[in-house]
Design a protein around this ligand. Structure first.
Ligand code: ADP
Length: 173
């Protein structure tokens, strides 16, 4: 059985991530989307919240599982007996960073963990979790960036309510 891990912060998951998840899930028998529990970063959503969000957002994909890990990806991958990591590439700026991580993982794992890249679908190439958070924090429209239930949760974190009475206008509470 061909299995792969898609690691990331997913804070929160965007349509860009979901596009990569969908495409990777069609190539592998099983895809584990695994959230890195990075103690250095201060995420908007807790690990538990991100697991729940990803489970709901991928509920229609039966061969996708959601998990989390801390520490090195190579150790987590070995513990799951998985030898392929998935990453997404948006632009040349992603490439340098991703290339370095992929090569480091290959050396550190003694060639046991390879990385497979999916280039972003053009309509999502501008999307990042950080821009989603920034736009939402100012009451901007993130409906084209994340699923509706995720948008509600993001606005909630910033104390912003969607004014459905005036066609989705967003106001500060
Ligand atoms: P990390 O903090 O590890 O970069 P992210 O959750 O930001 O985690 O991203 C996880 C992976 O998804 C990375 O490989 C990133 O390049 C990729 N990715 C993020 N946004 C997009 C997008 N819009 N299209 C394609 N890939 C993306």
């Amino acid at each position: 059985m061909k299995r792969a891990i898609y690691p990331g912060s997913f804070d929160p998951v965007t349509y860009g991530h979901l596009d990569v998840i969908r495409r990777a899930a069609s190539v592998f028998d099983e895809l584990i989307v695994s959230i890195l529990n990075n103690k250095e970063k201060k995420p908007l959503f807790s690990l538990e919240e991100r697991v729940k969000i990803l489970e709901r957002a991928t509920a229609d994909l039966p061969n996708v599982k959601v998990d989390s890990f801390s520490g090195l990806l190579i150790d987590y991958a070995a513990s799951q007996d998985i030898h392929v990591a998935i990453r997404g590439l948006r632009a040349i700026t992603d490439f340098e960073y991703e290339l370095q991580i992929a090569q480091t993982n290959r050396v550190l794992s003694k060639e046991d963990l390879d990385t497979m890249f999916f280039t972003t679908s053009l309509e999502y190439s501008y999307l990042s979790s950080s821009s989603v958070k920034e736009i939402a924090s100012f009451g901007g429209d993130i409906s084209k960036c994340v699923p509706d239930f995720v948008a509600d949760m993001v606005y909630d974190k910033f104390g912003i309510v969607r004014d459905t009475a005036s066609s989705g206008r967003i106001t500060n509470e």
